[in-house]
Design a protein around this ligand. Structure first.
Ligand code: F6P
Length: 345
């Protein structure tokens, strides 16, 4: 069987580990041949392919990014997008697709599977916001990068008696902020799920200055002040929407630092970690998870279990209907946030 592989959406550490595992298992165990589709759904849509075999996968396990390239192309934005994909798959002799992506890429896979395209999905995102799986790969790497940054910021904040505000990614989910904030011993963690009170943030900043420590406030890019509850005041880099209708978040760190400085009189600076969280080598955990997802995806294709998504449940990799895996966003609960709140101030 000829199998196409694509990676879509924002890149994330571990994508190459999945590709490698799908190809190794597919070639060795199932006698598959592979076609690499470039740049997410743009590949099958426009017929952009590259050779993909064991040779192309040598040495890629520890490499960040994706050898296939990625994009946020949405074929359902075009009237004949599905027909174009079908025509290109037929032209390339591809009978099945492995789509590696987050909510948007797997959302397209779900719709295509409903229309009879043979596709299996592998969940990825540094945001860890897919409800069907305990963890997505890429998340652990992003958390480790953010934690190291927080560790480093502690010492310089203390030397200069400054407040340092660290803005992390995560879109509408606060997982990266929560995990790195707890691991890095932040004075406060602000997440999109729980609108924050600026007075309370400033009170915690003042308390922290009473000790030898300087405050580190970790803020998720989608966090909003309480007076703007409902998300209307979410801070945007610009108001343009991508092909999946998403705005670009960012800027809350600077805004918050300015407000803290104005209200407390303490110098406050913002550090935006941005794409550093997505770049570079995956952690051992992400390599392990991505590899196991890849092995299972190759088996799912061999078993003809199309319309499924690989998921981590405990320590097992299971297959779920794609529609179930992407049905809702997994958000930080009040209970989980309360664990971090013990350390605020
Ligand atoms: O979904 C992953 C993610 O990194 C989000 O955390 C972030 O909001 C978004 O992608 C940024 O996307 P882009 O790189 O396209 O601006």
């Amino acid at each position: 069987m000829r199998v196409g592989v694509l990676t879509g959406g924002g890149d994330c550490p571990g994508l190459n580990a999945v590709i490698r595992a799908v190809v190794r298992k597919g070639v060795h165990t199932h006698d598959f041949e592979f076609v690499g589709y470039r740049d997410g759904w743009k590949g099958p849509l426009e017929g952009l392919t590259m050779p993909l075999g064991i040779e192309q996968c040598r040495g890629i396990l520890p490499r960040g990014g994706t050898i296939l390239g990625s994009s946020r192309t949405n074929p359902f934005k075009l009237d004949d997008g599905v027909e174009q994909i079908r025509a290109n798959l037929e032209k390339d002799g591809v009978e099945a697709l492995v789509a590696i992506g987050g909510e948007d890429t797997l959302g397209v896979a779900t719709k295509l599977a409903d229309l009879g395209v043979s596709v299996v999905g592998v969940p990825k995102t540094i945001d860890n916001d897919l409800s069907g799986t305990d963890f997505t790969f890429g998340f652990d790497t992003a958390v480790n990068i953010a934690t190291e940054a927080i560790d480093r910021l502690h010492t310089t904040a203390e030397s200069h008696h400054r407040v340092l505000v660290v803005e992390v990614m995560g879109r509408h989910a606060g997982w990266i902020a929560l995990h790195s904030g707890i691991a890095g011993g932040a004075s406060m963690v602000l997440i999109p799920e729980q609108p924050f009170d600026i007075e309370e943030v400033c009170a915690h900043v003042e308390t922290r200055f009473k000790s030898q420590y300087a405050p580190i406030v970790v803020v998720s890019e989608g966090a909003v002040p309480r007076e703007a509850e409902g998300g209307s005041d979410v801070t945007l880099l610009n108001s343009e929407l991508d092909a999946f209708g998403h705005v670009r978040l960012g800027g809350i760190g600077d805004r918050l630092a300015g407000e803290i400085e104005r209200r407390t009189g303490k110098e406050a600076r913002a550090v935006v970690l941005g794409h550093i969280q997505r770049g570079g080598t995956p952690t051992a955990f992400d390599r392990w998870l991505a590899t196991r997802f890849g092995l299972q995806a190759a088996d799912a294709v061999a078993d003809g279990e199309f319309g499924t998504m690989m998921a981590l449940r405990g320590t097992d990799i299971v297959r779920l209907p794609l529609s179930e895996g992407t049905a809702e966003l997994k958000l930080v609960s009040e209970r989980e946030y309360a664990e971090a709140q013990v350390f605020f101030g």
